[in-house]
Unconditional design. Structure first.
Length: 156
């Protein structure tokens, strides 16, 4: 597995875009989950079959919508569209360059991570997904939490 190298200025743009969208979602009190993969090769390990863009098992209704988004970077999508995509049930999954890989995706990471029995499903998904990169969980009460390597890294 090779980690994709990304210029630091590009990473900053992706991070600031996710942060602005996370703030919008937090104020709406709807909740969301973003996953930024360390390597695109991990996509099949965490996203349920049929949920990724370009997946051959994807539902026809979803593929019709995908055609408006393929290869899109979150940097080229409007904040309104990103907020709406993130409000769908499931996660928004990106590569570390900001390319949209999945939205409304059910996560089932092979590496689960340690979670308490009292944790919600979004938190459990965020912790498991963070073993493959960074996950940003926005809870419906407005908290924004960043996870990395299965552990809480930052709470806003």
């Amino acid at each position: 597995m090779r980690v994709q190298r990304v210029p630091p200025t590009h990473i900053g743009k992706v991070a600031s875009t996710i942060y602005r969208v996370a703030l919008d979602v937090a104020f709406r009190r709807t909740g969301a989950l973003f996953v930024i993969l360390r390597s695109e090769n991990h996509l099949r390990e965490i996203v349920l079959k049929g949920d990724a863009i370009y997946d051959s098992n994807r539902h026809k209704v979803d593929t019709a919508f995908d055609e408006a988004l393929p290869g899109k970077s979150i940097l080229s999508l409007s904040r309104t569209i990103l907020v709406e995509l993130s409000s769908l049930d499931g996660a928004v999954v990106l590569n570390n360059r900001g390319k949209l890989l999945a939205y409304g995706a059910v996560l089932n990471p092979k590496k689960k991570g340690k979670t308490a029995a009292t944790e919600g499903s979004r938190t459990k998904a965020a912790i498991g997904a963070s073993n493959y990169g960074i996950s940003v969980k926005i809870s419906s009460d407005g908290d924004i939490t960043v996870f990395h390597k299965g552990k809480e890294f930052l709470r806003i």
